[in-house]
Write a protein of this length. Structure first.
Length: 196
């Protein structure tokens, strides 16, 4: 059962006591944006997946992952992101299922300990706040180009990214997994971080 990236596939810092000072307004009256790189971790992001059979569904998530979201401007089209997932951190509410997902028939964590998602393109979808995201996803030693819709908001203070992608287990070489569960698995990714 593949991951749900909530590059939320397969749900995205706290500041100290000092309060940030707002930069002076520009001649247009708007505060200038603060370009920066946002670290991604469990503190500001979540990644979930849901695997299903004809009788039931189970949701899992990843306890360990890290990466960055680059926001050089306030325009989502300029955003880039990279997230690496520790596949051994796969977790569900059922211990036996968690162990099974890490085994050879599914993620095969012993051979493929990491998964990675790279966002390399963001384009408007025509609806306010919604975009089409493209990138490369690597799971189970297989890299595939993928595209999916996302809700993205960027302000001078923070960035939010919420998306659900659907991945094919057979497309990533998990043929045995697809025999036991539905081939398509939704992955939900959510990132909500402050710009620095």
């Amino acid at each position: 059962m593949p991951l749900t990236l909530a590059v939320a596939g397969c749900q995205l810092c706290s500041l100290g006591d000092a309060k940030p000072t707002r930069p002076p307004a520009t001649s247009s009256g708007a505060a200038p944006s603060r370009p920066g790189v946002i670290p991604v971790s469990r503190s500001n992001a979540s990644i979930e997946f849901t695997g299903s059979t004809s009788l039931m569904s189970q949701t899992g998530h990843f306890e360990a992952f890290d990466g960055t979201v680059e926001v050089p401007t306030d325009d989502p089209k300029d955003m880039k992101a990279r997230v690496t997932v520790d596949m051994d951190s796969t977790t569900t509410k059922i211990g036996l299922l968690t162990k099974h997902l890490k085994g050879e028939d599914f993620f095969d964590v012993a051979r493929f300990p990491k998964a990675e998602f790279l966002v390399d393109g963001v384009s408007p979808s025509g609806e306010a706040g919604r975009y089409q995201v493209s990138g490369k996803l690597t799971i189970h030693g297989v890299q595939q180009s993928i595209a999916f819709p996302a809700r993205i908001a960027i302000t001078p203070e923070e960035v939010s990214f919420d998306a659900t992608m659907t991945i094919s287990q057979t497309g990533f070489g998990m043929t045995e997994a697809a025999k036991k569960t539905k081939d398509e698995v939704p992955v939900r990714v959510s990132i909500h971080g402050r710009r620095k």
